[in-house]
Design a protein around this ligand. Sequence first.
Ligand code: SF4
Ligand code: SF4
Length: 133
Amino acid sequence: MIRGLLKGLAKTLQQMFRPPITIQYPEERREVSPRFRGRPQLVTDESGNAKCVACCLCATICPPQAISIEPAEGEMHEKYPASFVIDLSRCIYCGFCQEACPKGAIRLSQEYELAQYQRKELVYTKERLMEGN
Ligand code: SF4
Ligand code: SF4
């Protein structure tokens, strides 16, 4: 029993002189893996408009049905989303929307600080989804 106790104390002492592996978040941050899937983001073109053509493939494939789109048509018969909403309280960050999109108009960004006090703040509108391009 004493032997086990001494062994445990030796291990503790050994760890005490090693550099800490923890960091002082949020002042310090670790690099995010390029494979990390964070907040979905609507990609914009050179003029700052969403590349989305409101085909609704992403909304159809989304497993928790977190995406709602209202398609509209412009003067030149081009399709665009009059409204594009993602409820992040339902999103499971699977990346299916990004894979299904034929226009590369939606991707999963590296943003991970998404905590909110109210559930309604997790409902991202088109304008919010276009942030960070
Ligand atoms: S990442 Fe997955 S769950 Fe989230 S919006 Fe895209 S398809 Fe839906
Ligand atoms: S799949 Fe792409 S183009 Fe189609 S509605 Fe979704 S984001 Fe827009």
